[in-house]
Design a protein. Structure first.
Length: 157
């Protein structure tokens, strides 16, 4: 994936805003545990790569609104916009697009998971066992490693 550039020079291009949901399980003491990855559906770029669910903002939508819509469309679950916690932002320059990813932590949702785009889902901890992961997912795994004091690989290449 050497053609993927992190934190690129913009060269006048407008990045596509993407809302990304990092769904995390918490124990009774509030400690963060497993997080959810989903595989990209067939027919999309990077089909079969594992990522955090989400998608592009539509006109007039906030990050939180786009995330609520995408999680419902893709996974069949409902979240409250007010409960979305903005976490980090990262820019990625892919061959197919320049994207600004808005990563949000989500700790509460309602409904049963339904893979509405025939994708797969996997609850994971570090190191992530599913592969391959999308390049844009790797920084998130590094942030988790820092937060959790995890040493060693974050995923399997
Ligand atoms: N959902 C998601 N997208 C990511 C992540 N990391 C990352 O670089 N991306 C990039 O962000 C963009 C999101 O586009 P998408 O194709 O998932 O969005 P979408 O559901 O609105 O797609 P559509 O264009 O088919 O309607 C893609 O270029 C994807 O490669 C991630 O963790 N989750």
């Amino acid at each position: 994936m050497s053609e993927v550039v992190r934190a690129p020079a913009l060269q006048g291009r407008t990045p596509v805003a993407v809302a990304v949901g990092v769904l995390i399980e918490r124990d009774a003491a509030g400690r963060e545990g497993r997080f959810l990855l989903t595989s990209r559906p067939q027919g999309k770029v990077y089909a079969g790569h594992w990522e955090f669910p989400g998608g592009k903002l539509e006109a007039g939508e906030s990050v939180e609104e786009a995330l609520r819509r995408e999680l419902h469309e893709e996974l069949g679950i409902d979240i409250d916009v007010a409960a979305v916690q903005r976490w980090k932002e990262e820019m990625f320059d892919y061959p197919h697009a320049l994207v600004r990813l808005h990563f949000c932590k989500v700790f509460a949702w309602r409904g049963e998971f339904e893979m509405r785009e025939a994708q797969q889902m996997a609850w994971q901890t570090l190191p992530v066992q599913v592969r391959p992961v999308l390049p844009g997912t790797i920084p998130v795994l590094e942030w988790f490693a820092q937060e959790r004091g995890h040493a060693g690989p974050t995923h399997i290449d």
